[in-house]
Design a binder for this molecule. Structure first.
Ligand code: IMP
Length: 429
């Protein structure tokens, strides 16, 4: 299977970083296709912990090439610091990291606009304040500045002057804030352009050539399906398409290049930021899951909201992504629970809902319908074979498979790489 797409099937933070790292050992190429430095992918390898925001976790393997595709919005300040941080830890990105010349660039005014909008109570989304939404808006508005512009001083000056005038007017007149200064931003961003120049190329050609040669390619999604700008809990979403289809647009590959889709899910559910979350557990149980699962944002350190597993959103994710198999993460977090609940539908007014509703207003009012499953009350951390998991854990996982109509290929029972169960016969890379 040369082209495997790894996506988040919930609200992000499912553990994609760990699985990408697990699979990247056998991959030739790992390609990130959307989002920006709002993402935070955590990898624990031996005694080391890496938190990556833009660069795919494949970079930790010397033989793996990494791509940041045109669908990603790049904050060059973050990227340069990530490249330098990796270098200090002995990971050299030169010649193995390629950035799309068509990717849009994030500027300080995107951050200012993101923050200013979030500060207004109405319409608050709980963003990461990394300027992601404003940068994608500029792309769609056709006033974005791309990586190929960043390395062309004349074009950068012309485009930046124009955009700063528009953004300055909005910041000053709508939000009553100071106008950004052209000269400071131009100087700093031009410097980043010079530093990043050796990495910038037409990545669509690279990815397609690798696929033509039968190389093993991972397509890496950031965030998750329920944060997708089209298929998530709109407007409480990010501004890109984390679903598998985003890989085609965000990398410049034909849709038939995606041979298989691996959906990453946690054995429960979490979300950061505002928006509906029908199975949320706001009380003691939610706190217990947060503590056991260390559920704090890798990018913002915000505590994640925690709740039971939701099979309604799961079915939605299976459909919009075409998921072929799952990796279930953090099963061990549930080890100490006497009873575990699983949401199979919602009660809304006098209706029973089993398909995810597009109207976010409805989702706010939904009450989950639960099945209750007995816990296993024993540690799963040391288990390496599915059949060796406690019977109740196997039954819970089999029920998830049944509800989704999709098999589980991997189960994660701890943060480290080897705390992973690969199901016999699972077809991955
Ligand atoms: P933005 O992507 O910063 O615009 O934030 C929009 C929404 O997506 C907010 O609810 C964020 O908390 C959420 N979000 C963005 N990136 C991530 C992520 O990597 N994991 C989980 N939630 C995220």
């Amino acid at each position: 299977m040369p082209g495997l797409c790894v996506i988040g099937a919930q609200w992000g933070d499912e553990g994609k970083g760990k699985i990408i790292h697990y699979l990247a050992e056998k991959a030739d190429l790992v390609c990130r296709y959307q989002g920006g430095d709002n993402a935070g992918h955590t990898v624990i390898w031996g005694n080391e912990k890496f938190i990556l925001h833009l660069i795919p976790a494949g970079i930790l393997y010397p033989n793996c090439t990494c791509i940041i595709g045109n669908g990603v919005v790049i904050n060059p300040r973050s990227l340069v610091s990530e490249i330098n941080g990796l270098k200090q830890r002995g990971v050299d990105c030169s010649g193995r990291l390629w950035l799309s010349d068509a990717a849009n660039v994030i500027f300080p005014y995107h951050h200012m606009l993101d923050e200013a909008k979030e500060a207004m109570k109405k319409g608050k989304i709980g963003t990461t304040k990394r300027g992601i939404g404003p940068a994608y808006s500029d792309r769609t508005d056709r006033i974005g500045i791309r990586m190929c512009d960043l390395i062309d001083p004349g074009v950068l000056a012309e485009k930046l002057r124009f955009t700063i005038k528009i953004k300055g007017d909005i910041l000053e007149k709508v939000y009553g804030l100071k106008r950004p200064r052209f000269s400071n931003i131009y100087k700093e961003w031009l410097k980043y352009g010079e530093e990043l120049k050796p990495y910038i190329t037409n990545t669509s050609i690279l990815v397609n050539e690798a696929l033509d040669k039968g190389k093993k390619v991972l397509f890496e999604g950031a965030q998750g399906t329920l944060l997708d700008v089209d298929f998530g809990t709109y407007p409480y979403v990010t501004s890109s398409n984390p679903i598998a289809g985003g890989a085609s647009v965000g990398l410049g590959i034909g849709p038939k290049r995606i041979d298989s889709v691996l959906g990453i899910i946690k054995a429960y559910t979490t979300r950061v930021g505002d928006g509906p979350f029908p199975t949320e557990l706001p009380g003691r149980l939610g706190n217990l899951i947060r503590d056991r699962g260390t559920e704090y944002g890798a990018t913002t350190r915000r505590p994640r909201r925690c709740g039971w597993f939701d099979a309604v959103i799961l079915k939605h994710a299976v459909r919009v992504n075409g998921i072929d198999s799952f990796a279930v993460m953090k099963l061990d977090v549930l080890d100490t629970l006497r009873n575990i609940r699983l949401c199979t539908g919602y009660r809304w007014r006098r209706h029973t809902i089993t398909e995810y509703p597009s109207q976010t207003r409805i989702l706010f009012e939904c009450k989950p319908i639960y099945e209750e499953w007995p816990g296993w009350l024993t540690s799963t951390k040391g288990v390496r074979q599915f059949e060796e998991l406690p019977g109740n854990a196997q039954a819970y996982l089999r029920r998830i498979e049944e509800l989704a109509g999709v098999p589980i290929a991997l189960v994660s029972v701890g943060a480290e790489r080897d705390h992973t169960i690969q199901r016999k016969g699972a077809k991955l890379l």
